[in-house]
Design a protein around this ligand. Structure first.
Ligand code: AMP
Ligand code: ZN
Length: 114
C-alpha cells in the first residue's frame, strides 16, 4: 500500500467508495464520473502504479482483476457486451497512478480507437 495513493486509500476505507466487489486480491467500485450506465473501476489490492509495472511477481493480481471483471459484468447485467480499458502513463491519459481497469457498459458503445 502507498499512503499517498488515492486508490490505496479507497481500498483501505479511509476514502469512501461505492463498492461493487471485493476479494483477497481485488477491490471494485463505481467511478465517481461515470461515462456509461455501468462504469466500474477494478483495482488490484497491491499498489501497482500502472500497466507498465506488471511483472512476473505481481501478474497474479492482473489475472484476478480479470476474473473479477467476468463476475462483475454478469452481476451488472452486461450479458450483451462491455469494454475494459486501462490508461497507462501520461500519453495514455492515466490520472490515478494505481493500476485500474475501467469496466464500461450498459449501453451500445460507440467511438472505438482500435
Ligand atoms: P484514469 O484517468 O484512467 O487514471 O482513471 C481514473 C478514474 O478515477 C477516472 O475515471 C475518475 O473519474 C475516477 N475517480 C477519481 N477519483 C475517484 C473517487 N474518489 N471515486 C471513484 N472514482 C474516482
Ligand atoms: Zn495505490
Amino acid at each position: 500500500m502507498n499512503e499517498n495513493c488515492l486508490f490505496c486509500k479507497i481500498i483501505g476505507g479511509s476514502i469512501p467508495s461505492s463498492k461493487v466487489y471485493e476479494d483477497e486480491y481485488v477491490y471494485a467500485f463505481r467511478d465517481i464520473n461515470p461515462q456509461a450506465p455501468v462504469h466500474v473501476l477494478v483495482v488490484p489490492k497491491a499498489h501497482i502504479a500502472s500497466a507498465a509495472e506488471i511483472n512476473t511477481d505481481n501478474s497474479v493480481y492482473v489475472a484476478k482483476c480479470f476474473e473479477a471483471i467476468t463476475k462483475i459484468a454478469a452481476s451488472e447485467g452486461l450479458g450483451s457486451g462491455y469494454r475494459v480499458i486501462t490508461n497507462c502513463g501520461e500519453d495514455g491519459g492515466q490520472s490515478v497512478m494505481h493500476l485500474h481497469f475501467h469496466l464500461i457498459g450498459g449501453v451500445k458503445l460507440g467511438e472505438k480507437i482500435i
